[in-house]
Ligand binder design. Structure first.
Ligand SMILES: N[C@@H](CCC(=O)N[C@@H](CS)C(=O)NCC(=O)O)C(=O)O
Length: 227
């Protein structure tokens, strides 16, 4: 088994955080050489990462599905609830982070450059992120975990989602809504001290720095060519 993943990919980071938290040591990570070209779609038709490869030609796409699969085959320690009701709370928070925060943040990452930005697109997506954070403020647990007083899959999705909001949203000229939502702010400060969360934050910071370096190099090359 192998996880196709990328440092900067928040959806990949979610699965890596689960793997770290569960202490799974036998799933190597690899950035697929063909990603993000069309050739990658021959292996995984959705064309995105993460992808869990069980065997050559046998792959599972979509981070939520991969996480559920890993919970089923590595049941302990469980990152779900002890009862169906508890698990429903975990899943609601994870879906909030996935659909309303991460998905909109991912699309907003193309709206950072002012010269090519559509303000209408930025406003639509940023409005959805702010609405999601305000919903999170009402649902988030206290004491450093999203719910149940212990680490769950909700934390694995919320950590990369809040990292994206803090690191990418201001680049679209939208203020970070986390400080204005005190329970979310307290949670975000606390979860970063969890060892598994801290590991993916280091990886995402590294991926972001690599991305910024590539952008700087491309700009320098373009400036040189224009001389
Ligand atoms: N719903 C998917 C989203 C995955 C996703 O969008 N991944 C990004 C990287 S973070 C990607 O592969 N983007 C490539 C593309 O949009 O073509 C999941 O949960 O795995």
């Amino acid at each position: 088994m192998k996880l196709y993943s990328g440092d900067l990919s928040p959806y990949s980071a979610k699965v890596r955080m689960q793997i770290y938290a569960k202490g799974i040591g036998d799933i190597p990570f690899e950035r697929p050489p063909a990603f993000p070209t069309l050739a990658w779609r021959e292996i995984s038709p959705i064309g995105r990462i993460p992808v869990l490869e069980l065997a050559p030609g046998d792959v599972i796409a979509e981070s939520e599905v991969i996480c559920e699969y890993l919970e089923a085959i590595y049941p302990t320690p469980s990152l779900l609830g002890a009862t169906p009701r508890e698990t429903a709370d975990v899943r609601v928070l994870s879906r909030l982070a996935d659909i309303y925060l991460l998905n909109n943040m991912f699309m907003l990452s193309g709206q950072t450059r002012r010269s090519t930005r559509s303000e209408a697109v930025r406003d639509l997506l940023a409005g959805q992120v702010i609405r999601g954070v305000e919903a999170l403020e009402k649902l988030i647990g206290e004491g450093g975990h999203a719910c149940l007083g212990r680490l769950t899959l909700a934390d694995c999705t919320l950590t990369p989602a809040l990292w994206m909001i803090e690191n990418v949203l201001p680049g679209t000229d939208t203020p970070d809504p986390i400080p204005a939502n005190p329970k979310v702010a307290a949670y975000w400060a606390a979860i970063q001290t969890n060892g598994s969360a801290a590991r993916i934050i280091v990886e995402m910071n590294r991926g972001l720095e690599e991305r910024r370096q590539l952008i700087r190099e491309a700009a320098a090359k373009a400036a040189h060519a224009a001389q």
